[in-house]
Design a protein around this ligand. Structure first.
Ligand SMILES: Nc1ncnc2c1ncn2[C@@H]1O[C@H](COP(=O)(O)OP(=O)(O)OP(=O)(O)O)[C@@H](O)[C@H]1O
Length: 834
């Protein structure tokens, strides 16, 4: 074990150790050689001396032989002596030679000795150096041996430790093996279990798969149903939007779209007040001077267009509204916002006008032409345009260079004209419109201010009148579209204006604040709405307080410097979006209305005849020959002629009573009463509207009942508004008549009454400001019912039914005689009449 460890140690020992081991072997051989060297030298010397001795002995023996020979032969032969001498000489020479040889040998020996000596010394030196080296190496080797021994000791210890460790490891591994074996057994067991359970799972999976297949088949069916539903969803979604719009239209909220213009060059393009623009009309702006949530303000409008919105996108959203003008609606679109916020851009477009940059005005007219052409086979349309501006509370006509100023009629005319005297221009193509509008735009008051290079200094109003006639039914319609680019509100210190510009600014701000007051009154549903405080609100009256569809663009400049202006514009817009105008009404006559109008004409005829009879009866009465079944009604500013029948009477009685069951009341009212009234006329207008609206509901019935009781008159007679007057006058006005059917047809306590409002001609108007109107009382008398009157009874009942449904009877204009030509030309006619 130890040896094997040593071998392995040597095998693994570093080169240094091997080197030392080699040295050790070398040292041993040197040691050996060192012991052999003197013996070698001694042997060599011994050989040499032996050889020399042998040679010397040989020579000496030869000399002895020779001497013996010489002694022996001396006597024998003297010849031989000579020979001997010769031989002696030769021997001597030989000796000399030998001596020489000996000398040579001796020199060789000495040389050899020297060589041996030198070799010896060199060997000794070498030996010494080798000895020193050997000593050193020995010392090192000893040292190394010691180290090796220590290492050996250490490795022995380690090997012991390793042995112990491996012993324990072995035990561990044995234990582990044991555990592993146990585990394996368990695993095998659980594998077996798993196999069993997997088998059962497999069966279950097959079962589940089977069930899934069935479920998937069911899902497939359901999916089919869902796909069908999804296909329908879009249609339903669109229908929902349509319905939502219809609800909105019924509520008549002013629609508010917000448009944010992009930041212009010269404005800080990195900072903007716009924080968030939602898809559903949400808008969040941030106050640059406040941090976090505190500085954020949220608004909600019908739609918000971001800075990237194109003119086309903006128009496509309002297109349905514009198109409804062709269905006889009055539509008003106006742009509001601080100066330089992009109102003119939205309404007209930039100065360098290309088709892509057309604003709402051009696009609206272009679209109207397009649609009217596509409907040509069914409806014939005529389009006229008026263009005015409100500049310093004056109303010049933008389409005339001399800019005559005009007065505003406080209430919109049936024609939709607030300013009836302004010239009307018939247009039939987009190029006409472009030419006309550019003329109007050129005549508009525009100046440079610190905030806008081309700031509009006036409110511009473009009114598009559409008159159409349904070629099949022969019914007329008329709609109007007001496109209003308001002048921008501005802070004088920011716009840095003086002189004329300052005066303009003051007028602009004053009229915008009047608009704010009107909006406030409308949102509060106040009885009094101060339309008369400015020309702007007077022009907008029919759009804000009438039955028009109204849309406002609130324009926003996103620059942080304009934060406070943007905030107040958004607050104003929020208030505007809360204004409910009521359902918009179409100025389109239906077939029913046409029939009814014809019937009304018949009624009028019958009335005229009846009036004659009444007059005759009155005369009779005055002469005291007749008095029965006559009611005199006089209340406030009006006088009614009324006859009634009791609720107990059956329809048969009604017929047999021959006219007693029906009373036709004629109420004459000045059509332009509102124009002539003082400021309070707004109130009276409103009152008259309210009362006429209320006349069909129960509240009013009870009111009239109370009133009539109070005045000692029969119930059902005093339900008309204060401002309405009664006069006996043969002049009928269509507008007044339609008003009557809007508000004057009553049913009270079983009494059916028809009331007819008739315009007073100019000369018959009451004196300015007076509420005491000229009146005459006329009484109806029982009179045999003529066949025509029986028919009238039915007609009146029909009328009553129609009035209960708000859509069945049209507005004022709806009851005009069905002279289609007249109906079609109505706006122009009214322009001249008024
Ligand atoms: N959506 C827009 N895209 C590009 N430029 C716009 C946009 N809106 C406005 N601008 C530019 O902003 C500048 C001011 O616009 P505009 O004259 O229409 O403002 P305004 O509200 O009518 O101002 P004012 O009330 O003073 O007449 C113009 O140079 C216009 O071209």
């Amino acid at each position: 074990m130890e040896l094997s460890f040593l071998f392995s140690f040597l095998r693994n020992a570093p080169t240094q150790a091997l080197l030392s081991f080699a040295n050790e072997i070398l040292d041993e051989s040197i040691e050996k050689k060192k012991g052999e060297l003197p013996q070698c030298v001694a042997c060599l010397l011994k050989k040499q001396s032996n050889m020399m001795k042998a040679r010397e002995e040989k020579y000496l023996s030869r000399i002895k032989v020779l001497e013996t020979l010489a002694k022996g032969t001396n006597e024998e032969t003297r010849a031989d002596k000579k020979k001997f001498e010769e031989q002696k000489r030769l021997g001597e020479e030989e000796v000399v030679r030998l001596m020489k040889e000996k000398e040579n040998s001796e020199s060789i020996i000495s040389e050899l000795k020297l060589a041996i000596e030198s070799t010896k010394s060199s060997y000794e030196q070498k030996y010494q150096s080798l000895e020193t080296e050997a000593n050193r190496t020995k010392f090192e080797l000893e040292k190394k041996i010691k180290e090796v021994e220590a290492l050996l000791e250490e490795s022995r210890r380690r090997s012991n430790e390793l042995e112990v460790f491996s012993e324990s490891k072995c035990q561990n591994w044995n234990q582990k093996e044991h555990i592993f074996n146990n585990l394996m057994c368990l695993e095998l067991q659980s594998l077996q279990d798993l196999r069993t359970s997997s088998q059962s799972i497999k069966e279950e999976v097959i079962d589940v798969q089977e069930r899934w297949r069935e479920e998937i088949a069911k899902f497939g069916l359901k999916l089919k149903v869902l796909t069908n539903a999804a296909e329908n969803y879009h249609t339903i979604f669109l229908e929902n939007i349509k319905l939502y719009n219809e609800v909105q239209e019924l509520k008549g909220n002013i629609r508010v779209y917000c448009r944010i213009r992009p930041l212009l060059s010269g404005e800080d393009t990195k900072s903007t007040v716009i924080d968030y623009i939602g898809e559903n009309g949400e808008l969040a702006i941030v106050n640059p001077s406040k941090q976090g949530k505190d500085g954020q303000k949220m608004f909600k409008f019908d739609r918000v267009f971001g800075p990237a919105a194109t003119q086309e996108e903006v128009f496509s959203d309002i297109q349905p509204l514009v198109r409804s003008v062709l269905d006889g609606y009055n539509v008003c679109i106006f742009a509001y916002g601080q100066t330089g916020s992009g109102k003119t851009y939205t309404m007209s477009g930039p100065d360098s006008l290309s088709k892509e940059e057309w604003g709402v005005n051009y696009r609206a007219l272009n679209d109207l032409f397009h649609i009217s052409r596509s409907r040509r086979s069914a409806v014939e349309y005529e389009v006229d345009v008026q263009m005015i501006e409100i500049y310093n509370e004056q109303v010049p006509n933008c389409l005339f260079f001399n800019k005559l100023t005009f007065g505003i009629v406080s209430r919109s005319q049936a024609s939709g004209l607030a300013i009836p005297d302004v010239s009307m221009h018939s247009v039939d193509s987009t190029s006409n419109v472009l030419e006309l509008m550019q003329r109007g735009q050129a005549n508009r008051a525009i100046s440079a201010t610190a905030l806008n290079q081309s700031s509009s200094r006036s409110h511009s109003v473009v009114t598009v009148h559409v008159r159409g006639i349904d070629l099949k039914a022969g019914t007329p319609l008329f709609g109007s579209l007001h496109l209003i680019d308001l002048a921008g509100s501005e802070r004088v210190e920011r716009s840095e204006v003086t002189g004329d510009r300052l005066k303009e600014t003051q007028h602009i701000n004053k009229s915008l604040s009047a608009l704010g007051d009107v909006i406030f009154a409308l949102s509060q549903k106040s009885v009094h709405v101060p339309y008369r405080n400015s020309k702007l609100t007077q022009v907008l009256q029919s759009s804000l307080g009438g039955h028009a569809k109204t849309l406002m663009f609130v324009q926003i400049n996103p620059d942080v410097k304009s934060y406070s202006e943007s905030l107040s514009a958004l607050k104003f817009a929020e208030r505007v979006s809360g204004v409910e105008l009521g359902a918009a009404r179409s100025n389109k006559e239906s077939k029913d209305v046409k029939n009814l109008t014809e019937q009304v004409a018949l009624l009028k005829e019958a009335n005229a005849r009846k009036d004659e009879e009444i007059e005759q009866l009155q005369k009779l009465r005055e002469t005291g020959t007749f008095s029965s079944g006559v009611n005199h009604v006089k209340h406030g500013n009006f006088v009614l002629r009324h006859s009634s029948f009791s609720p107990e009477m059956s329809s048969k009685d009604l017929t047999s009573q021959q006219g007693l069951g029906l009373s036709v009341q004629r109420i004459i009212r000045s059509n332009n009463e509102a124009t002539l009234d003082s400021d309070n006329s707004d109130n009276s207008d409103r009152h008259s509207e309210i009362s006429s609206q209320h006349s069909v509901d129960d509240k009013h019935k009870s009111e009239s009942l109370r009133h009539s009781k109070h005045s000692g008159e029969e119930p059902g007679l005093s339900c008309l508004a204060d401002s309405q007057i009664v006069a006996v006058n043969g002049v009928d006005s269509e507008e007044g008549l339609s008003d009557a059917y809007n508000g004057g047809l009553l049913e009270t306590s079983g009494l059916v009454s028809a009331i007819e409002f008739i315009h007073l001609p100019e000369q018959n108007r009451p004196i300015n400001g007076t509420k005491e109107k000229m009146s005459r009382v006329k009484s109806t008398v029982a009179k045999p019912l003529q066949p025509k009157l029986a028919q009238e009874t039915v007609i009146h009942s029909k009328l009553k039914d129609s009035l209960k449904s708000p859509t069945s009877l049209a507005t004022k204009g709806a009851l005009k005689p069905i002279n289609s030509k007249d109906g079609l030309k109505s706006p122009k006619v009214s322009k001249h009449q008024h």
